[in-house]
Design a protein around this ligand. Structure first.
Ligand code: ADP
Ligand code: MG
Length: 240
């Protein structure tokens, strides 16, 4: 169970989010979808929840009835949170093989094959990788965190072609089931939702939540009318 209450975030003294309240809880294996135009504050929500240092957060981040604002990133990960970067850093001098060497033999997994990243094992992570290679590698490293209970996926579909989209979506579904976990997903492209069990959604616009409702209904509305229409939309459940 993950919630934010009266959640505000500043970056370098600029207010990005103000008093946002969202309950991200969904059933095991399912996803909460966060929609919103570029620059509306979606990554800021997930980065603030993880505790990345550039975000100055106030309000409550509640994980399984515990306020986790004061915990370090490591401690949040140990409590079961994991984040998939929208733009993952390039790790010069670190390869997937290096990471695998740190994992005990009985905890190794064969997912590198399923994700078609075997040929990337000896390359510096994300250095010169294509969009699809980067996303598949991110999913692989996330899959090594076996006690994750809530995955935060920041645009896993961006820069990904149709074939890779299927691989990414199916793997996300499998990770949720394997870990008996839930997820929050940010997407600009409703296409990925065809392959996933999305249960609830919210739309963020200019740093505020303007709408909540069924993901497919909300996405159809965004696709037809644009994000701005969400501010005045009467058709789906509203959150004032
Ligand atoms: P989204 O993920 O919805 O596209 P973001 O959460 O990345 O949006 O960004 C929200 C706002 O915060 C944007 O206006 C962006 O320019 C601003 N922002 C993000 N990072 C920084 C930073 N390091 N310094 C100043 N502003 C930032
Ligand atoms: Mg973003």
């Amino acid at each position: 169970m993950l919630q934010i209450k009266n959640f505000s975030v500043e970056i370098e003294n600029r207010k990005i989010l103000q008093n946002i309240t969202i309950d991200f809880s969904v059933k095991a294996g399912r996803l909460f979808v966060l929609f919103g135009p570029n620059g509306s504050g979606k990554s800021t929500i997930l980065g603030g929840i993880m505790g990345f240092s550039k975000y100055k957060v106030s309000g409550d981040i509640i994980l399984n009835n515990e306020k986790i604002n004061e915990l370090s990133i490591d401690e949040r990960v140990k409590k079961g949170l994991a984040y998939m970067y929208q733009n993952p850093p390039k790790l010069k001098g670190i390869t997937l093989e290096n990471i695998r060497e740190e994992i005990p033999p009985n905890e190794q997994n064969s997912d590198a094959k399923d994700l078609s990243i075997e040929n990337l094992q000896q390359r510096d992570i994300n250095v010169g990788f294509s969009g699809g290679e980067t996303k598949r590698t991110e999913l692989y490293t996330l899959s090594l965190l076996r006690n994750t209970k809530i995955f935060l996926f920041d645009e896993p579909d961006s820069g990904v072609d149709v074939d890779n989209l299927k691989i990414v979506a199916r793997y996300i579904k499998r990770m949720l089931v394997t870990n008996n976990a839930t997820g929050v997903i940010i997407t600009h492209n409703g296409e990925i939702l065809k392959y996933l069990d999305a249960e609830r959604s919210a739309v963020i616009y200019n740093g505020k939540i303007v709408c909540e409702g069924d993901p497919k209904t909300v996405w159809n509305c965004i696709r037809k009318e644009g994000y701005k229409s969400c501010v005045n939309c009467k058709e789906v459940e509203k959150n004032d």
